[in-house]
Design a protein around this ligand. Structure first.
Ligand SMILES: Cc1ncc(COP(=O)(O)O)c(C=O)c1O
Length: 382
């Protein structure tokens, strides 16, 4: 038999899926391992999608997305992200995932290197491998409060580096970068002539620090920005996101879109148009709920003397379990699931620097979340 492609085989199995699948086989599990908001999607968004199906709006749309939707996105970028783009800089994608894939496809040639955060969202390492490019982790350290340090970045950059990937608010760390930090990162990118891919899918969920869009500080057109409605409107299965590119990229991305999904499904695009243009109550309530959950969960962690990174954004808490995980947090998370019936994401799923840590998601209901946090091992138990 022929061999499968080396690029595809280079992608490791997801450490989070493993826990998720194991948890699905058990009863009474409190599920904190995946980033799935539990709140029902707003009625007007569902209605817009349903009406589109019923009206048979089921045909191809332009590769880059429906004109009305791209216009609504351009307005949203100006209002909330504080930068202006032409509609033709916007590509509607199948979730933030395809926006990431497209951004990397447009910037990386096989053999090129991309700097990715470690710990960081696992897809950041998977996509370059699929493209035959090389993900190079830059270490985010607890002593720096998991902010990227220029010293680390300078150590990781080589003549083959093409892209710097930034993710703020960050999954899994919940860290949000200040405008000063972003300006520093853009200067670093300019110095080494790198593209920047900025993953901003948690843009609306910040709590103790204001959110800054990287592209709003970009003076020389090097930033590709990745967005998604999955987290914003709890529409994870709708599979809609968008990529905002520097000027001059439209014809290339339209061709690349033709070669991948052609276009995103039409009813889903209309549901997202309704989401962007309709009432924003869902978002306001979701943000308040996540903020309340974060506060309550952190209070329990504080009471119990468990170390963690205090989240400034997103809806996760990054927790130190190194006192019990014995250098193998993946096995510990499985054991914890089997004995305590709580599914958490092992930190190692986010890169080597995640060993000894776990990520919990706080986007679900408050009571089970607090029960689960009370079951976590405290260093005081030893
Ligand atoms: C940082 C980050 N980027 C991108 C994505 C992908 O989003 P989507 O579900 O819209 O594909 C996620 C999903 O968890 C994420 O956490």
């Amino acid at each position: 038999m022929p061999q499968l492609s080396a690029n595809a085989k280079a992608i490791p199995a997801s450490g989070i899926r493993r826990i998720y699948e194991l948890a699905s086989e058990l009863d009474d599990v409190i599920q904190l391992s995946i980033g799935e908001p539990e709140r029902p999607v707003a009625r007007h968004i569902l209605d817009a999608g349903a009406s589109a199906w019923n009206a048979d709006i089921t045909h191809y749309t332009p590769n880059s997305g429906m004109a009305l939707l791209r216009l609504a996105i351009a307005n949203k970028l100006e209002r909330d992200n504080h930068y202006r783009v032409d509609d033709d800089q916007i590509l509607v994608t199948a979730g933030g995932s395809q926006a990431l894939h497209m951004a990397m496809s447009l910037t990386l040639t096989a053999g090129d290197e991309i700097l990715i955060p470690d710990p960081g969202y696992a897809t950041f390492a998977m996509v370059p491998k699929l493209l035959g490019a090389v993900p190079v982790p830059y270490h985010l350290k607890a002593e720096d409060e998991f902010q990227p340090s220029l010293e680390n970045l300078e150590q990781s950059v080589t003549s083959r580096t093409k892209v710097l990937l930034i993710n703020s608010p960050s999954n899994p760390l919940g860290v949000v970068y200040s405008a000063e930090k972003i300006a520093e990162l853009l200067q670093f990118a300019a110095k080494h002539d790198l593209w920047v891919i900025s993953d901003e899918v948690y843009e609306y969920f910040t709590f103790s620090r204001a959110f800054t869009s990287v592209a709003s500080l970009d003076s020389d057109g090097r930033v590709f920005s990745v967005y998604s409605v999955s987290k914003t409107y709890g529409l994870t299965g709708g599979r809609v996101g968008y990529l905002v590119t520097p000027p001059g990229v439209a014809s290339t991305f339209r061709a690349a879109q033709e070669a991948t999904v052609s276009c995103v499904n039409a009813p889903a695009q209309l549901a997202v148009l309704a989401a962007l243009e309709g009432p924003q109550d869902y978002l306001v309530e979701a943000r308040a709920h996540y903020g309340k959950n974060l506060e309550a969960a952190c209070a329990v962690l504080d009471q119990r003397g468990i170390l963690y990174q205090r989240p400034q954004g997103a809806f996760y808490i990054w927790i130190d379990v190194s006192h019990v995980s014995n250098g193998d947090v993946a096995s510990w998370a499985e054991h914890f699931l089997l004995t305590e019936r709580v599914a958490v994401a092992p930190g190692i799923a986010f890169g080597p620097a995640g060993e000894g840590w776990i990520r919990i998601c706080v986007a679900g209901k408050t009571e089970p979340l607090l029960q689960a946090v009370k079951r976590l091992p405290s260093p005081r138990d030893n």
